[in-house]
Design a protein around this ligand. Structure first.
Ligand code: GAL
Length: 811
């Protein structure tokens, strides 16, 4: 890319560019230690004995899991608890609590401005440069920056950067991760420069013929200097589609404004994620002072009372999921390939939106949502001024809320994927008669910083917020669960639209099925698992079918964000009260190992209108249940299907609106009887033609290991990841769904073993050790590329079955 640039733009200009702005990441060779250390910020401090780590780094993901890590004695009032009880695994049973120190050195350029950007540091970060405190940022999720120009060495060499982090016990309701788990950037600029997140792009007029684009650029330290700003708007192919040269003096610190017309704009949407770029050059006379690039998209959003949400003039409903930020076995340490892997699975399911619950995302996630086409609801807080956790964000709210909001809003207000801000999730403040004032304070900050997007808040105390004015004050009322109260909320609220800001919270363990098959709140079993018939939920939540129906039946519902797309570390409801060893959630549509559960196909059958879905559950290895009723469910986009067990027809089922809500979305044969052999399903289209068929067979003896991946090659960047799905199968390749044997891994060649996971919320195997028990006959092995090209070989061995081997090129 750089070479291309040199060749096409000329050597001088490129050199010049480098001279005025540069940015690099501090990734390798950090020193790290846990615990408090005095003088660790001082340049002379000897850190030779500390561990050497690369960041992003999550110090707690290496475990070990322990029931006593962050035991919390609390009453979870949102879950209707009135008495405190001992919560285990709430933060994953991982050792995230404590102090951690990181040290490295970096170079700066004499005579230039130096700024450090932290994409997120968990938490209460104190940043020191050459022994002096440069900044403090308490919120562990937010990006922040500090100008360290006055602290760097005159010659620019060997600046010592030390970061002290501290995680208090009882500071979170889920696994927050620990450490420098996101990137750290060093930015060098001239004195006169565009600050971090210093531009704001809006598209005030968008039609097929043309769009108007308004760019406002903040420029610091310009005084009365006359500046020339030359901005090119480039399309996705790098062609300049509009350009402006404007001269002016910065007016009392106001941003420098330029307006453009883009003819026949290509509009951004989840289906067409087209991006543009504004590249601005700032000159004083002939001297180029700064070059600043802002990526954006052109699209319209409208939220219309009684009619719903419109993107580019077309109504659609959010088919969204909420996700926590951890990446399962990788912990909180950010990795672009891991995020892409997650988004690829969600896209294939038909998901088109993400809610970053309940905190600011990694910038890489927002960039990927722009590129891959997901709408986003960004949400900063899980608590405001009133505590949910003893040591939660409420300690900082009064002093820091506005600063945190401003950083989030400025960082992401140019990203077309962001279509809505949320100001919080189920904050206890919603109950208070004065709570609306706090909500208004936060909503006003959103409007001030970004007048183009509406604001919502995830509210669970629906009766209270309808009565006390809290819900009526928001741009968009977001209800968490309580689908039965949507009508009342719609009638009583002035906005006349309802968002399912959080829905479902159905629980299931991949490959586990419980009998009898019944719709149940709070079902618990001796093995600490939940049933994959997708009928179990918490006492505040519901099965997915109810939310599908609410979205389909009313124009005024604008869709939903399901809790959750992926299982996450911590919050192992319903096994969260003295129920160790459960350490991860069961809410995910996809498990902690990134393997889809059955529920994935239920959502896909409703959401993905392009692809065929035909999925059968349960598995068919029920030794001991011969002759017993063993219901068969089918998730399909087709309206009907016929079931055959060992050739015997159980008749045709058709989706219908009479009876239970499940009948609308699932085909169910409750009277199916188990006999080993073959379950075959033939699906029919609207006209009654047979159009697809699927078979599940009783597996024989475990025979060998099968390994597959969706990647055909990896990049030699030292960061790329391949997710290998491992299946223990019989001699004919049928999954052995009850196999839980230990599998060991060896990785050779151009990469290394990174982690593995099996999705079992009760399994305490450590992710970073190259061995893992299978769960439901499956697990995932994650392999990371090195920096050299070549080939990676993964070998998986287990007692009693044939080894599996797979290779992948690294380019
Ligand atoms: C909601 C909450 C989420 C999660 C979920 C579990 O009330 O907003 O953070 O706790 O319940 O069902």
């Amino acid at each position: 890319m750089k070479t291309f640039y040199l060749m096409t733009m000329g050597f001088c200009l490129a050199l010049n560019l480098h001279a005025q702005r540069s940015e690099y990441l501090l990734e390798k060779g950090w020193k790290f230690t846990k615990g408090e250390v005095s003088n660790a910020e001082m340049p002379a401090f000897n850190d030779a004995k500390w561990e050497t780590v690369d960041i992003p780094h999550d110090w707690a993901i290496f475990g070990p899991f322990d029931k006593n890590n962050d035991l919390q004695n609390v009453a979870v009032t949102q879950n209707f608890e009135t008495q405190a009880s001992l919560k285990t695994g709430r933060t994953g049973g991982l050792p995230y609590v404590g102090i951690g120190w990181y040290r490295t050195t970096f170079h700066s350029t004499p005579g230039k401005q130096t700024t450090l950007i932290f994409d997120g540091a968990m938490s209460e970060a104190r940043v020191f440069v050459n022994g002096k405190e440069a900044c403090f940022w308490p919120c562990g999720y937010n990006s922040f920056y500090c100008d360290v120009t006055s602290l760097v060495n005159e010659d620019g060499k060997n600046n010592t950067l030390a970061v002290r982090l501290e995680n208090r016990p009882q500071s979170s309701r889920w696994y927050p991760g620990a450490g420098l788990y996101r990137n750290v950037h060093v930015v060098t600029t001239e004195k006169i420069h565009v600050p971090v997140w210093g531009t704001q792009i809006t598209t005030p007029y968008v039609k097929d013929e043309y769009a108007s684009v308004c760019l406002r650029t903040t420029i610091l330290n310009a005084g009365k200097t006359e500046l020339t700003v030359v901005t090119d708007i480039m399309d996705a192919d790098g062609q300049v589609v509009s350009t402006k040269t404007n001269k002016g003096v910065i007016n009392h610190g106001q941003p420098f404004t330029q307006n453009f017309i883009v003819e026949r704009p290509k509009l951004w949407s989840p289906e067409t994620p087209v991006l543009y770029k504004a590249v601005s050059k700032i000159y004083s006379g002939d001297t180029l002072l700064d070059t600043y690039s802002t990526r954006f998209g052109i699209r319209t959003i409208e939220y219309i009372a009684d009619k719903g949400f419109y993107l580019n003039g077309k109504r659609r409903k959010f088919q969204g999921v909420c996700n926590h930020h951890d990446l399962g076995p990788l912990g909180a340490a950010i990795n672009v390939a891991a995020l892409r892997h997650q988004l690829t699975l969600l896209k294939e399911m038909g998901c088109d939106a993400i809610r970053t619950s309940h905190n600011m995302p990694a910038p890489e996630l927002v960039e990927l949502c722009d590129e891959m086409g997901f709408m986003m609801m960004l949400e900063p807080f899980d608590e405001w001024d009133i505590a949910k956790c003893d040591n939660g964000y409420h300690r900082f709210f009064n002093e820091w809320a506005e600063k945190d909001m401003v950083n989030m809003l400025r960082q992401y207000r140019n990203n077309p994927c962001v279509v809505m801000w949320s100001i919080g999730n189920e904050v206890p403040t919603q109950w208070s008669p004065e709570g609306y004032k706090v909500a208004k304070f936060l909503q006003d900050i959103c409007h001030r910083e970004d007048p183009t997007r509406p604001v919502t808040c995830g509210m669970d105390q629906v009766k209270s917020v309808l009565a006390n004015g809290f819900a009526a004050m928001l741009d968009i009322p977001g209800l968490n669960y309580r689908a039965h109260l949507y009508d009342e909320a719609y009638e009583r609220l002035p906005q006349n639209i309802i968002l399912g800001s959080e829905t479902s919270s159905t629980v299931s363990s991949r490959g586990v099925y419980k009998f009898p098959v019944e719709r149940k709140a709070g079902a618990m079993y001796d093995d600490h698992q939940s049933s994959s018939y997708d009928l179990e939920y918490c006492n505040w939540s519901n099965i997915p079918d109810i939310d599908f129906a609410r979205a389909e039946d009313h124009e005024w519902t604008i869709g939903q964000f399901v809790w959750t797309g992926f299982d996450y570390l911590g919050e192992p409801s319903p096994y969260d009260t003295n129920a160790w060893p459960n350490h991860s959630s069961m809410f995910g549509i996809i498990d902690l190992a990134s393997i889809p559960k059955d529920r994935y196909y239920l959502y896909r059958s409703v959401w993905n209108k392009e692809a065929e879905t035909l999925h059968i559950l349960p598995h068919w290895n029920w030794e001991g249940r011969e002759g017993e009723k063993t219901p068969v469910f089918v998730y399909t986009n087709y309206p009907s299907a016929e079931l055959f067990i060992n050739g015997k027809s159980y008749g045709r089922q058709t989706k219908h609106k009479n009876g239970t809500v499940e009948n609308r979305y699932r085909l169910m044969w409750h009277d199916a009887v188990y006999q080993p052999g073959e379950v075959r399903v033939v699906a029919y289209d609207e006209q009654g033609n047979p159009v697809a068929e699927k078979t599940v067979r009783t597996a024989g003896k475990p025979h060998h290991i099968e390994l597959v991946t969706d990647r055909s090659s990896l990049q030699a960047d030292g960061k790329d990841l391949a997710y290998f799905t491992l299946r223990i199968v019989d001699k004919d390749g049928n999954l052995c769904p009850n196999d839980g044997r230990l599998v060991s891994f060896k990785v050779k060649g151009a990469g290394k073993y990174r982690a593995s996971a099996n999705g079992d919320p009760t399994c305490l195997d450590l992710f970073h050790k190259p061995e893992m028990h299978a769960f439901g006959g499956m697990l995932t092995v994650i392999v990371q590329s090195g920096e050299k090209t070549g080939e990676i070989e993964l070998q998986a061995t287990a007692k009693g079955i044939k080894t599996g081997t797979i290779r992948i090129p690294v380019k």
